[in-house]
Ligand binder design. Structure first.
Ligand SMILES: NC(=O)c1ccno1
Length: 242
């Protein structure tokens, strides 16, 4: 997978060279290219923003540098990426969307700053590539860079060969529409707190049942909205009694 990130703070994306994502880059699973939007400006001050039409506080990112950046990275008529723009006004970024993006051969991330990017950039991009304006949650960041770090990690870990043990993808939060069950490791007793005995029983069927029950309980307590979204046949009669 090729990943391009366009930002006025390219150094903000340095963490993508570390740990899990960094290893994926080193191994060639990810072809990561980070670009400075100012490389597509032509004035002495390398200006990327201007005052908003209609007035109001703050500045808006000018469309010209973004248009030139997209034309350089993905010339019209050639292969086109999926353009992902983190914004508080976007649709929710979810595990399902992470899985969708992980199936793409090429993603370009646009990091907005100030009050955002001139909307015509998204409209222009949408005329020749798929565009996703996505939000990590109902809060506002100073820019898209931090959101891109989150999205890239969520996507990269789903790529074959990135996680040491792909099995861990099968029972994690949101993988089956539920929150993950609580996990424990040695010692069996820690500060007078015991590990649930069933986990020490060696009885795999009972352990699986306990984990399912705990995932259901945790989801019902913390995210009842997820339960209401589960397909009707996802919960059996026993599940409904938990
Ligand atoms: N909530 C968000 O994802 C976001 C992106 C940029 N600013 O906020």
């Amino acid at each position: 997978m090729r990943l391009d990130v366009v930002s006025i703070f390219p150094d903000y994306l340095a963490p993508l060279r570390l740990s899990l994502v960094g290893k994926a880059v080193d191994s060639g699973i990810l072809d990561l290219r980070v670009h400075d939007l100012r490389d597509w400006t032509h004035d002495r001050h390398r200006t990327v923003d201007d005052t908003p039409y209609g007035g109001g506080a703050g500045m808006v990112m000018r469309p010209e540098p973004w248009g030139e950046a997209l034309d350089t990275l993905a010339p019209p008529g050639g292969a086109q990426p999926r353009f992902v723009v983190p914004t508080p006004a976007g649709r929710p970024f979810t595990q399902d969307l992470a899985a969708e993006l992980a199936a793409e051969p090429w993603l370009v991330f646009g990091c907005g700053r100030y009050e955002g990017i001139d909307q015509r950039v998204v409209e222009y991009a949408g005329s020749r590539m798929r565009v996703d304006e996505v939000s990590l949650g109902d809060y506002v960041l100073a820019g898209g860079e931090v959101a891109v770090l989150v999205i890239v990690e969520a996507v990269a870990r789903l790529l074959p060969g990135v996680l040491g043990n792909p099995e861990s993808l099968t029972e994690e939060s949101h993988s089956a529409g539920l929150l993950e069950y609580p996990v424990y490791t040695k010692p069996a007793t820690w500060r007078e707190r015991e590990v649930p005995p069933v986990l020490l029983s060696g009885h795999h069927g009972q352990i699986a049942r306990w984990r399912r029950d705990e995932a259901l309980r945790r989801t019902a307590r913390r995210r009842p909205d997820l339960l209401s979204r589960l397909p009707a046949d996802e919960l059996d009669a026993r599940d409904r009694r938990v």
